[in-house]
Design a protein around this ligand. Structure first.
Ligand SMILES: [Zn+2]
Length: 116
C-alpha cells in the first residue's frame, strides 16, 4: 500500500466491531472488561457527554477512532487496576482497544454464565 492509499484509509472513519457496546439512550454507553487477575467481568458505564472525547485537532491523528476514552477500572473482587484505552467510531462501536491487566469482552461474553 502506497503512501496515498494509506493516507486515504486513515482519513476515513473506520467501522467499528459490533457487540462490544450497549447504548443507554444518548448519554451513555456500556463497555465490558474482564479482569486479567481474577476473571471478574466488569460493566463500565461511559458518559458520552463527558468521558468520551472526540478525536479532533492534534488528537485526530493519534488513534483510529472518532471518539476515545482512557479509563482505570477496578473491580470488586480484587484490587487489580485495569487500564483501558478504547477507540470508538461515530456510532460508538469499538474500533480498537488496548487493555492492560485485562481484556475487553463483548456483551454476550459478559452475560454468559461461565459455570455452565
Ligand atoms: Zn480482579
Amino acid at each position: 500500500m502506497g503512501f496515498l492509499s494509506k493516507l486515504f484509509s486513515t482519513s476515513r472513519s473506520p467501522k467499528g466491531k459490533t457487540g462490544y457496546v450497549r447504548r443507554e439512550g444518548k448519554t451513555a454507553v456500556w463497555i465490558y472488561v474482564q479482569c486479567g487477575k481474577c476473571g471478574e467481568k466488569i460493566p463500565v458505564r461511559l458518559r458520552t457527554t463527558s468521558e468520551l472525547q472526540r478525536r479532533e485537532g492534534p488528537d485526530a491523528q493519534l488513534g483510529p477512532g472518532m471518539f476515545f476514552v482512557r479509563k482505570t477500572i477496578v473491580g470488586s473482587q480484587c484490587y487489580q487496576r485495569i487500564e483501558a484505552a478504547v477507540e470508538f467510531d461515530f456510532k460508538y462501536d469499538v474500533v480498537d482497544s488496548k487493555v492492560v491487566n485485562g481484556r475487553l469482552i463483548t456483551y454476550e461474553e459478559f452475560t454468559k454464565n461461565d459455570e455452565q
